[in-house]
Design a protein around this ligand. Structure first.
Ligand code: GLU
Length: 428
């Protein structure tokens, strides 16, 4: 989250400025794309379970919708800021563009900590968020989705509120809904699986077999868990995973040199996603400080938590053995760290490409909602693999052709497509 010296929006703008220079964009294009086209700030008053009223601050940013309706998740987080939401909305524009789906970029948030809220209170926040924005979101304008600390249940409450207000059924209003209620099979797995599809392609390119690799993962949420599962299925071994501990308000890393056992760790994980340290010790795991996930002597690093995790300080701790970084999180690497990673010759799969599996599957969910006909899980994951692989190959070919860093190549493709759409519409 935005804090101390780190501002994700400045970082997103810095990344954009670099590609704008590379593409030699004019002032009009820069002015349009450096900031969200629209943003909404609002209060959501909630009657709490104890009868008191508490007011929560909500946001929605629509960065650009030249290629289609804005698309992006809603985060619930105590340290959410408007600059975080702005940055994430911009990254959503590039994300939808790099995988070439007909959607723009948006992001929303509410400053709140779901750990301290009952389900009823969370439901009220979801419904309140929709009531504030009902005229500005919708299947043809801006389509929300889950993100950090929001789930299929939250999406369903939001859809229900939207349908109650508009008086019709709009399953395409929001994605990430429960299966059977307009959700798509494979949506839960999509971001983590998509990340590993791109890691698989990077390994192919480096001529390394997955079964000869070990990895360290930051985070133990939805993205990380499914990434570990597919990476394991491909033969890879995760030796370290870090996990947030809600009670201690810090993270710990769980290391087992012969490989962590995902199902075993899940069986000792509480409802807040924290792993029981005593039980882990009994099962042969070493417990390290959370930030040590990055220091591990591994081939692959998968940051799957929040932004600003690989920065000027932590980048120095990356082992010279690391060959690939797959950014499951949004904005995990700062521009200073990026320069070091590039110098180290590490193959970086940039966030808005690596974690585009979620929104790609959201797009498939919309398509299925529109047809009112739902595909099998294999169909969904097969199409996802195809989309992710095509996007990866386009980016890596451009990177090779121009001898540029993967993030820069991904930006050139994404920003180029968005600029083209804005020009074709006569906006710039
Ligand atoms: N929140 C996810 C992301 O950051 C998914 C967005 C979506 O499905 O619209 O990509």
């Amino acid at each position: 989250m935005a804090g101390d010296n780190f501002n994700p929006f400045r970082m997103a703008q810095e990344q954009f400025d670099k590609v704008a220079d590379f593409l030699d964009l004019d002032e009009g294009a820069r002015g349009l794309l450096r900031n969200p086209m629209r943003e909404y700030h609002f209060n959501i008053p909630i009657r709490m379970d104890d009868g008191s009223v508490k007011v929560f601050r909500g946001f929605r940013c629509q960065h650009n919708d030249a290629r289609g309706p804005s698309k992006g998740g809603i985060r619930f987080h105590p340290q959410e800021t408007i600059d975080t939401v702005r940055a994430l909305s911009m990254w959503m524009t590039w994300k939808c563009s790099v995988v070439d789906i007909p959607l723009g970029g948006g992001k929303g948030g509410v400053i709140c900590d779901p750990h301290n809220l009952s389900m009823r209170e969370q439901e009220q926040i979801c419904r309140g968020w929709v009531r504030q924005l009902v005229r500005n979101v919708g299947p043809l304008q801006d389509v929300p989705a889950p993100d950090v600390m929001t789930s299929a249940q939250h999406m369903l409450w939001m859809m229900d509120e939207y349908e109650a207000i508009t008086g019709a059924k709009y399953p395409g209003f929001i994605t990430g809904k429960p299966v059977g209620m307009g959700g798509s099979l494979g949506r839960t797995e999509a971001t983590g699986f998509g990340l590993i599809f791109t890691v698989r392609e990077a390994l192919k390119q480096l001529d390394i077999r997955p079964q000869d690799t070990i990895a360290s993962v930051q985070g133990f949420g939805n993205v990380s868990q499914y990434a570990i599962r597919l990476y394991n299925q491909m033969g890879g071994t995760v030796i370290c995973v870090s996990c947030w501990d809600q009670a201690d308000q810090k993270s710990y890393a769980f290391r087992r040199k012969d490989g962590i056992d995902l199902d075993q760790l899940l069986s000792i994980t509480d409802k807040f996603g924290g792993i029981d340290r005593q039980k882990a010790l009994d099962l042969g795991y070493e417990i390290l400080e959370g930030p040590q996930w990055i220091e591990q002597d591994v081939d692959i690093l998968l940051p799957c938590a929040l932004e600003n995790q690989i920065n000027a300080d932590s980048v120095k701790k990356i082992s010279s053995r690391v060959k690939i970084i797959g950014e499951g999180a949004n904005g995990p690497t700062t521009p200073e760290a990026d320069r070091v990673i590039e110098e180290m010759g590490i193959f970086n799969i940039p966030d808005f490409l690596a974690n585009a599996g979620g929104v790609t599957c959201s797009y498939f969910e919309q398509v299925q909602c529109n047809m009112n006909y739902y595909w099998t899980k294999d169909e969904v994951l097969g199409k996802l693999d195809q989309k992710m692989t095509e996007a990866f190959i386009a980016v890596s070919e451009l990177a090779q052709r121009h001898g540029i860093y993967m993030r820069d190549a991904a930006y050139v493709i994404s920003v180029g497509r968005v600029v083209e759409a804005c020009r074709a519409r006569g906006w710039i």
